[in-house]
Design a protein around this ligand. Structure first.
Ligand code: MSP
Length: 514
């Protein structure tokens, strides 16, 4: 059987701000999914990168007294460094200034132009540079501000090229209706449907150019060199450049299994502009669009650079460790809804789940093996009866785990993994090994080793998130596993090994003392 392809993308981030926790969340969520799919033996391509053209970047560079190109390179590098620190396993980091991307943009523009779907027209509208798009009156707050950037849009009147987006609305709506999980969670699918209905009423198409007299930092239109490409039209095409549009033989296979993850701020470009662009270019639309909510910082407002309430992922990870930060982000947010961020919430989540449930359980078990058996792990010892019970739990939870993962419900998948680990704690409390040791109970060693296997089995389900600590745990114990997600404890093989020293997996945090 040929391996199934799996293509996942993050948004490409604007280079006007350094990476903050919001960008980090999406990138870690995609990385978690990419790792999960690799463990499921799929052929994964994971793309992330930076969005470097447009008004916003040109303005930010000017403020810093740099050229747009210099400035973009500097911040793009900051994103690449952050992702390296956080163990992100992307297959390509794309920049919209890459030469193959310029080729994609110009060839798609030419194709759509030749088909008659691009025309020149006069337009006046309210433009938010923060969003890099025109906003409708309905989208503005009562005071006429952009809700995400809390500032008034600029009135812009100019002659531009337009893409006949309207022409593709009915086909796209039909596709959304035919495939209910194309845009997930459902509330965002509904939002896309109602926005399209509203746009149909207004009859508006998409402006896809900017006159060079106003903005030079962009990709020139192939059919009119007085203009550069509108930044969203340019940026969205990164998703096909990234896997070798017009260049690579595997393009179609990856594209047929493409998944875009975004936050709700950029639903309109992804839910409306992008699919209509694809249809006009004669390409299939993406397989799915996954939309999450906002991390809310100070004031319960969307965490962002412009509001100054964004947390710094690198210092957080230096403080609590990469695995713990990843775990917090994936477990705390209910994918699709907004989530509050405070350091206290980080500490609480890490203490409860990682330090107490997983860490403490591991520590106790290893310590008892050390104390009662001088650290010796003996593979010949018969499995304890408790393994039957654990195997039942494994079968039941693994089903839920996989369906949650496939549905991008990371928090539910992680909760399922802990439903393997927590009952082990209960079994230890009931069995009371410290008492059994005094009584020289004949099944004590078998009990401890089977509990250890249970911990290892549960830990495997955390591997897409705890990307260092699970391997570390296996290295302390020197155990092996037959399959990535075990559903029976005999798939875990203990080896003849004597435990030496080991580090505590997850320390507890005392917020007041840090
Ligand atoms: N450049 C465009 C995207 C082009 S994709 C073809 C852009 N860039 S951005 O730098 O503003 O990044 C927006 C994305 O960053 C969000 O969609 C989300 O993935 C992430 N987040 C930024 N702030 C966030 C929060 N406060 N909370 C959650 N995610 C956030 O838009």
């Amino acid at each position: 059987m040929s391996q199934e392809h799996y293509y996942i993308t993050t948004p490409i981030y604007y280079v006007n701000a350094r990476p903050h926790l919001g960008h980090t969340y999406t990138t870690i969520a995609c990385d978690t999914m990419a790792r999960y799919q690799r463990l499921r033996k799929r052929k994964v391509f994971f793309l992330t990168g930076t969005d470097e053209h447009g008004d916003k970047i040109a303005e930010a560079a000017e403020k810093e007294g740099k050229t747009a190109a210099e400035y973009a390179t500097e911040i793009s590098q900051a994103f690449q460094n952050a992702w390296a620190t956080l163990n992100i396993t992307h297959d390509r980091f794309i920049r919209t200034t890459d030469s193959d991307h310029k080729k994609t943009v110009q060839s798609v523009l030419q194709k759509i132009y030749d088909n008659g779907d691009i025309y020149l027209d006069q337009y006046e509208g309210k433009y938010c540079t923060g969003c890099e798009r025109y906003l409708t009156d309905k989208e503005l707050t009562e005071d006429g501000l952009c809700p995400d950037h809390q500032r008034p849009p600029k009135i812009i009147k100019e002659e531009n090229y337009f893409f006949r987006m309207q022409k593709y609305f009915d086909r796209w709506l039909q596709m959304i209706h035919d495939k209910p999980d194309l845009i997930r969670p459902a509330r965002y699918r509904n939002e896309v449907i109602s926005t399209i209905e509203a746009l149909k009423e207004i009859g508006e198409d998409l402006s896809i150019s900017r006159p060079k007299t106003r903005l030079e930092w962009g990709i020139e239109l192939p059919f009119d060199t007085k203009y550069v490409t509108y930044v969203w039209f340019d940026a969205l095409l990164n998703y096909i450049t990234g896997i070798g549009y017009n260049q690579s033989e595997s393009f179609d296979q990856y594209w047929a299994h493409s998944h875009h993850m975004i936050a709700k701020d950029i639903l309109k470009p992804h839910g409306i502009y992008w699919p209509t662009m694809l249809l006009a270019a004669g390409l299939p639309v993406y397989d799915s669009l996954l939309v999450h909510g906002y991390w809310l910082g100070w004031g319960d407002l969307k965490m962002s650079k412009s509001l100054g309430n964004a947390a710094d992922p690198e210092s957080l990870s230096a403080n609590v460790g990469e695995d713990a930060l990843r775990y917090f982000l994936m477990r705390e947010m209910n994918f699709g809804s907004d989530s509050k961020f405070t350091e206290e919430l980080v500490y609480r989540r890490i203490n409860n789940d990682l330090a107490n449930d997983l860490g403490n359980m591991t520590q106790r078990t290893l310590s008892m093996i050390k104390k009662y058996y001088q650290g010796k792990i003996d593979p010949v010892v018969e499995p304890h009866d408790l393994e039957k019970q654990v195997n039942d739990i494994l079968i039941e939870t693994s089903e839920r785990y996989h369906s949650s993962f496939e549905n991008f419900e990371f928090h539910k998948a992680l909760e399922a993994a802990f439903e393997i680990i927590r009952p082990l704690n209960q079994m230890v409390e009931e069995y009371q090994p410290w008492k059994k040791a005094k009584e020289n109970a004949p099944d004590l060693q078998s009990f401890l080793q089977s509990i250890l296997k249970g911990i290892l089995a549960g830990a495997l389900y955390l591997k897409p998130v705890l990307v260092n600590k699970v391997d570390y745990l296996f290295s302390i114990v020197q155990a092996e596993y037959e399959t990535a997600f075990v559903t029976s404890l005999d798939q875990i093989k203990l080896k003849d090994h004597t435990l030496d020293q080991w580090d505590i997996l997850f320390p507890r945090y005392e917020p007041d003392k840090t």
